[in-house]
Design a protein around this ligand. Structure first.
Ligand code: GAP
Length: 442
């Protein structure tokens, strides 16, 4: 494992406009990151790929986009006000605070003091609630405290009845959502891996309330989610499942498995698959007084469905795709991102920047490719070799060069990012050639 890999990726992200420290010119804000021009494209492609895979390519799955700020009662009902906590300890020497359950962080801090010949004494762990508060209202002193959602999940469960009434789904069915969540993390760290503002992509699948149905769906979802990471190019050896021990599970989970990725700091969580039972719907029924049951017209039964959840971090997945794609060769740095994720699908170059006929032809190709829905870059700076390297390090799968032969026979050279091999293709075949590699085999 390359110990500097994370630093190299962080540095590439800053240099090439993927991700910047949040509020950087004011000295930053801990646990926040801003996505730049290329990071925004990458994140958009990642979310789109998840949405196609989990929602549009499947049946009986519906989308939601709920508010970030919700009635505070939601978080009482969901159990987050009482139980969304992490164990916090404080170093008595320097008063820095840490999560007591993160052994690596504790060890690292003790080593820092040991270098100065100081011994660390810790306070007793106390439970620290990580919900982020905000104030709403226009009269000072009468403002309502609301929570920025700590998980995007509750926006789906509180709309369960609305989706039932409007879409009339047949059980089992799924409701999916992608969006921001906020946590007052005690120790944000490892770049975008653990931050205080991040995005989640979740699928809540409602099933009949029995173990056979629930575990069947649980296993189906585990396989499907693992396959998504693999189909988008993560190496198999870098992924594994890990079952949560009973004392490790969140307050809502009856069973929980993580998909883990082997990061430069060890195996760590990418995504959780949770058996939430009837926790959410029962609690919201109780707290809201509304009937959140489902009527099964096939069996004439009425029941509160159980929920199987897949909950992944968009930013975490994005970081793992970057770590997985980072390659250094003798004279070049390559991001071997899956073409579906790559910010640009191709770059178009005129061989020489001072030949109007070449420019005109190349601009036409660029425009025509964009019209077919491909995000394609333009570059006419420096020599062709430099342009190749510049595109390699941002993950552009193909570079298309327009030369003098193009003017005669309407063919271009297409250079492959990973092999650096070049082939000659007719202009008319370019779009199909690129579109083909964007398909996932699901
Ligand atoms: N609805 C269930 C839920 O929120 P979770 O395990 O707390 O479960 C799900 O979070 C996923 O959200 C994690 O697997 C991770 O990918 C992402 N995530 C959680 N906290 C995060 C943080 N502080 N920064 C970045 N991603 C985070």
């Amino acid at each position: 494992m390359d110990n500097n890999l994370l630093e190299k990726v962080v540095s590439l992200c800053k240099r090439r406009g993927f991700i910047f420290p949040g509020s950087e010119i004011y000295g930053g804000l801990r646990g926040t990151w801003d996505y730049g021009p290329l990071g925004t494209e990458l994140k958009f492609n990642l979310k789109q790929s998840w949405w196609e895979y989990m929602v549009q390519d499947r049946e009986n799955v519906f989308g939601m986009n709920a508010s970030i700020m919700m009635n505070p009662k939601v978080w009482e009902a969901s159990g987050h006000v009482a139980s969304f906590t992490d164990p916090l300890v404080e170093c008595k020497t320097c008063h820095e605070r840490f999560r007591a359950d993160k052994a690596e962080d504790i060890k690292e801090h003790e080593q820092t003091h040991a270098k100065k010949k100081e011994k660390v004494e810790w306070t007793e762990p106390k439970q620290f609630n990580i919900l982020v508060e905000a104030k709403l209202g226009v009269v000072e002193g009468e403002k309502t405290t609301v929570f920025l959602r700590g998980e995007i999940t509750q926006g789906v469960h509180v709309n369960f009845k609305n989706v039932l009434d409007s879409m009339r789904p047949k059980i089992p069915f799924g409701i999916a959502q992608i969006g921001k969540a906020f946590r007052n993390e005690i120790t944000p760290r490892n770049f975008i891996f653990r931050s205080r503002e991040f995005e989640q992509m979740e699928m809540q699948t409602y099933v009949k309330p029995n173990e056979k149905e629930a575990m069947g769906m649980f296993n189906e979802m585990k396989d499907l989610r693992m396959k998504w990471y693999l189909d988008l190019g993560i190496k198999k050896s870098k992924l594994r499942f890990r079952e949560h021990a009973p004392d490790e599970r969140a307050h809502y989970a009856q069973a929980a498995w993580d998909i883990e990725y082997e990061t430069p700091w060890g195996w760590d969580e990418a995504e959780g698959i949770h058996h939430r039972g009837d926790w959410d719907l029962s609690r919201h029924s109780e707290f809201s007084g509304q009937d959140l049951s489902y009527f099964d017209s096939e069996t004439n039964e009425r029941f509160i469905p159980w929920v199987i959840e897949t909950s992944g971090g968009v930013d975490r997945a994005l970081l793992f795709f970057l770590l997985n794609a980072y390659y250094e060769e003798k004279d070049r740095l390559i991001l071997k991102l899956h073409p579906k994720l790559a910010p640009y699908k191709a770059a178009v170059f005129p061989l020489l920047a001072n030949k109007p006929q070449l420019i005109e032809k190349a601009r036409r190709i660029l425009k025509d490719l964009k019209r077919t829905g491909l995000n394609v870059a333009w570059d006419d700076r420096g020599n062709i070799g430099k342009r190749y390297y510049s595109q390699d390090e941002i993950g552009t799968p193909y570079c298309i060069t327009v030369d003098f032969q193009t003017l005669e026979d309407d063919t271009v050279t297409v250079r492959d990012r990973d092999t650096a091999k070049q082939e000659r293709l007719p202009i008319g075949e370019l779009s199909k050639f690129i579109q083909k590699v964007l398909l996932l085999d699901n």
